[in-house]
Design a protein. Sequence first.
Length: 365
Amino acid sequence: MIQAENKKKVVVGMSGGVDSSVAAWLLKKQGYDVIGVTMQIWQDEEETAQQENGGCCGLSAVDDARRVAWQLEIPYYVMNFKKEFRDNVMDYFVGEYLCGRTPNPCIACNRYVKWESLLKRSLDIGADYIATGHYARVEQLPNGRYSLKKSATAAKDQTYALYNLTQEQLSHTLMPVGEYTKDQIRQIAEDIGLQVAHKADSQEICFIPDNDYAGFIDRECGEMVPPPGNFVSVDGEILGRHKGITHYTIGQRKGLGIAFGYPVFVTEIRPETNEVVLGSDKDVYTNRLYANQLNFMALSDIEEPVRLKAKIRYSHAGSCCTVRRTGADEICCEFEEPVRAVTPGQAVVLYDGDYVAGGGVITHA
């Protein structure tokens, strides 16, 4: 086991769940000076709303995390990141949907709130590292660069949602849970007597607990929300009326409110004409995608075409592709087999074996 040298100080982001709780225990066991912190990001001031909502950031999370910190005999604080969360996650989420894209708020939260904001505040109070309960592993490679390695358990691997962490952020990051399976983490929690040992994982987006994205956007934006418009075919034929582009995403089949007697899918969203394009399943497949807002990890850059594996959504197993640079901040991925439902706004994350090579935000197919 790696022993922490000279009692390095680490701030552990504690969500009140089993993963971050065990992460804190593992780091204390390794000899680190551990401080527990819960990030207060929930916007609603009403206590009942905070208790009912928030997943990893509601009042119940604070209660569970504080109890765990007391059990582990580590100092514990709640830090307010409401503004950072509003600016970098909620406003971004709404803005992307208004533009016809499908965002990933967890990726934005990881980069700009859990790392950028928490890391800065942690370094300001004298910490050497921050740590989380993510299922991923941080490694420094022979080329000197830091990268994320897939977790010991493929079923829980969370590297996809962490692809855009910077080299500076990774150099100050510990992820002890990545060496274990979920069952092992729960067993450790049970063995050391943590009440959260069998607490359910949070699933939904924390600020939309009812999973009604369009309803949330309506409440946030009011008259700015795009109005109903036309469903059209790939050939431009008007097929019917849609409820507004914020209600749809690429590859969607259910909830279209239109019937043809055969399956149809959303193949494109056109905010400039307020149209939603419908087609057959084959129309949802493509061999190519383009991405920008690039971030590199294991690779310092892509100058020559390189063969990598790409994940186009969290649940995607990954597909082999050739990646080439097409602009100052743009890459093109050419897939060896067609991939389904390439979705603008989602991330494409590139892997070289078990390591994150880099990634970006999908712009178009």
